[in-house]
Design a protein around this ligand. Structure first.
Ligand SMILES: NC(=O)C1=CN([C@@H]2O[C@H](COP(=O)(O)OP(=O)(O)OC[C@H]3O[C@@H](n4cnc5c(N)ncnc54)[C@H](OP(=O)(O)O)[C@@H]3O)[C@@H](O)[C@H]2O)[C@H](O)CC1
Ligand SMILES: [K+]
Length: 452
């Protein structure tokens, strides 16, 4: 499972706007369909490697892409068959159907299969779940190689319904831009390897996938404070805060101070307790304060938060610190990153609705903060609506302490200065890159055991 790095993501509505803008610029929808069908044909040709291909066409423009692909594959000498679920219902799909000079079989239970199935039944125009009998018929093709056009048929492309497609794809060729369903659970795994065919649509970058991770090389004149100083608050579970501190250091902070009285996992971490730690908040060199890892709700947490908010220090807030701080963030005058997992998110933002992207965006606007809505399909949202989707992370991150590591990495990235959204995206990228580098069987400590 994969998606291209740094790729645009558009909802169906945004896709139609982009299509209209492209049309105004002189590229017709027919041209776009021809490009889409050509990209499908090209990829199907590679996947089939000489074997016969069966293209399943639906009534809309997704089906139109299928007819165009069929015509182009036949012109290349490929043994290609077409089966239609229903006659074409749009002018473009009709034109594409008319330009296909081969037979069109009916998509019924008796249809002969083929080694490669191209699923061009439904794309972004799906409005309801597939009928049970159609799903059952399509399941007969499972086990074949499946290439899905734009999205696997049956998924809600905006990612706001959990309908699973009867045919999971080996490869999904997204047209013009990725769609939310490619990067959100539960549909993303059914898309298999997701590729982007850039058909000439000017897709904006408001929503995009995670960029490829980069190593931020310190400036030639860098010193430990200029690289970022991070304070990590610690409650009764000091191990969690210690993991955050080690992560901050490994993710590039120059100076990390951990509250507490126990030895830190890395000797370079400064451990301080009581007044010595409290005084640090007044230090103008502090670039970020991390509060929440291993810190239960209560007076001690509230006191740290009140001091941090009063100092306007940039903040990373995790776990119990999120609901405790929420009523105080509405001024939007502090640079803040919130890092809730699903349970914490639901408790903090019970009114958010829609896809995970919609909910993350609403939470970021409400909290006037950057929100990292964690999970296998992590979504980063900015208060101005920008989104970065981090699918697929690493399944090995599903283990205790990895959230504490992410919070510490956020502290390091935030302490460098700059846009907190970029800091959050960099931290998520660092976290996933570390996890992939270590791979099977990782524990949270491994993520901070060696530099990236
Ligand atoms: N992005 C681009 O620039 C381009 C995209 N192209 C392709 O076009 C599709 C979107 O095409 P569209 O015609 O809007 O929609 P679909 O083909 O996905 O499907 C619409 C038809 O399906 C019917 N429908 C919807 N839900 C169901 C259902 N559950 N069961 C049966 N039928 C369903 C719908 O009928 P209604 O009854 O709802 O009216 C329509 O008939 C995009 O994904 C790309 O593949 C073009 O190539 C141009 C460039
Ligand atoms: K499809």
């Amino acid at each position: 499972m994969s998606v291209p790095a740094d790729a645009p993501i558009l909802t169906a509505a945004a896709m139609r706007e982009a299509e209209a803008a492209t049309a105004r610029a002189g590229v017709s929808l027919g041209d776009l369909m021809e490009r889409a069908g050509a990209a499908v044909a090209d990829f199907a040709w590679r996947m089939a490697a000489g074997a016969p291909i069966l293209i399943l066409c639906g009534p809309g423009n997704n089906g139109g892409d299928g007819y165009v692909a069929a015509r182009r594959l036949k012109a290349r000498g490929v043994a290609v068959r077409v089966a239609a679920l229903a006659p074409p219902a749009t002018d473009l799909a009709k034109a594409a159907r008319d330009a296909w000079d081969g037979p069109v079989e009916s998509l019924t239970d008796n249809i002969a299969s083929a080694p490669l199935i191209v699923d061009a039944l439904f794309g972004v125009g799906l409005t309801r779940p597939l009928a049970d009998d159609l799903s059952a018929m399509l399941r007969r093709f499972s086990g074949r190689r499946i290439l899905a056009v734009d999205v696997p048929s049956g998924v809600a492309s905006d990612g706001d319904a959990d309908w699973l497609p009867p045919l999971a794809a080996d490869v999904t060729l997204a047209l013009g831009a990725l769609k939310p369903a490619h990067v959100l659970l539960p549909t993303a795994p059914a898309c298999g390897r997701c590729l982007l065919a850039p058909i000439g649509i000017a897709a904006d970058r408001h929503m995009q996938t995670l960029p490829a991770p980069t190593r931020a090389v310190p400036a030639p004149d860098a010193h430990k404070y200029s690289r970022g100083m991070v304070l990590i608050a610690s409650g009764p579970m000091q191990g969690a805060a210690a993991l955050s501190a080690a992560a901050a250091l490994r993710a590039g902070a120059g100076y990390v101070v951990l509250e507490g009285d126990r030895p830190a996992p890395l000797s370079a971490i400064i451990v301080e307790e009581g007044d010595a730690f409290a005084k640090r908040l007044g230090d103008p060199r502090v670039g970020a304060f991390v509060i929440g890892p291993g810190f239960p709700a209560g007076d001690a947490l509230d006191a740290r938060l009140a001091a941090a908010l009063a100092s306007r220090t940039p903040l990373v807030l995790d776990a119990a610190a999120i609901p405790a701080a929420l009523p105080h963030l509405e001024g939007g005058d502090t640079r803040v990153i919130l890092t809730p997992h699903a349970g914490e998110f639901a408790r903090a933002f019970p009114e958010a609705t829609g896809s995970k992207i919609d909910r993350a965006r609403a939470a970021a606007a409400q909290a006037r903060s950057v929100v990292i809505y964690k999970g296998a399909d992590t979504v980063v949202a900015a208060p101005d609506g920008r989104i970065c989707a981090a699918w697929p992370g690493s399944p090995w991150l599903a283990t205790a302490g990895t959230g504490d590591v992410l919070a510490g990495a956020c502290g390091a990235m935030l302490a460098r200065g700059g846009d907190p959204f970029d800091a959050a995206v960099a931290a998520v990228g660092w976290h996933i890159a570390q996890a992939r580098r270590i791979g099977a069987g990782l524990v949270a400590d491994d993520l901070v055991a060696a530099p990236f």
